[in-house]
Design a protein around this ligand. Structure first.
Ligand SMILES: [Zn+2]
Ligand SMILES: [Zn+2]
Length: 172
């Protein structure tokens, strides 16, 4: 969905619709869309600046980095972006420091799909786990451990245990 900056209504344009993306567009290799992305967006122009504000929701299937099982990941992300025309970018030496993290639009158009996909790709946590308490795969039998109860006695190496104790003490 391409937004023509010059045709934006004065009060801003409201967009409420679903966006379909192929799962391959996601930066996480194993991520799969379970439903389309729903976007509620407002695009408003003030002078040369274009504000894109909104919320995207969807549900993805991701793969847990500990137990390798797929799990559902709900996305509910809000963002508030400011776009500047690209010709301002060329004079960026003259811009204030605070302007440098702004986004630039080309030839009076903004591709909303691109904006949404980028915001979506920013929502992934650095470590994908099905649950914070996921114990991963048992080093002895290779099964997924639930409550440590696959029947195997797993001896923690002492170094790691020591670290854990230190960490818990640190947290309290
Ligand atoms: Zn897991
Ligand atoms: Zn086991």
């Amino acid at each position: 969905m391409i937004i023509d900056i010059d045709k934006l209504p004065k009060d801003g344009l409201k967009v409420s619709r679903n966006f379909d993306f192929p799962s391959i567009d996601l930066i996480e290799e194993d991520a799969v869309f379970l439903q389309p992305v729903h976007g509620e967006l407002t695009i408003k122009r003030i002078g040369e600046e274009v504000m894109v504000k909104g919320r995207i929701t969807t549900c993805l299937s991701l793969v847990c980095s500990r137990c390798l099982a797929p799990f559902e990941f709900a996305v509910d992300s809000r963002f508030d972006l400011v776009f500047l025309p690209e010709d301002v970018h060329e004079m960026k030496d003259e811009l204030e420091d605070e302007d440098l993290d702004k986004i630039f639009y080309k030839s009076h158009h903004i591709d909303l799909r691109e904006v949404i996909l980028e915001q979506l790709n920013l929502t992934f946590p650095s470590k994908l786990v099905c649950s914070e308490r996921c114990e991963g795969i048992c080093a002895v039998c290779g099964q997924v451990r639930h409550g440590g109860n696959c029947g195997c006695l797993v001896k923690e190496p002492e170094g790691r245990l020591g670290k854990l104790k230190y960490f818990m003490k640190d947290k309290s």
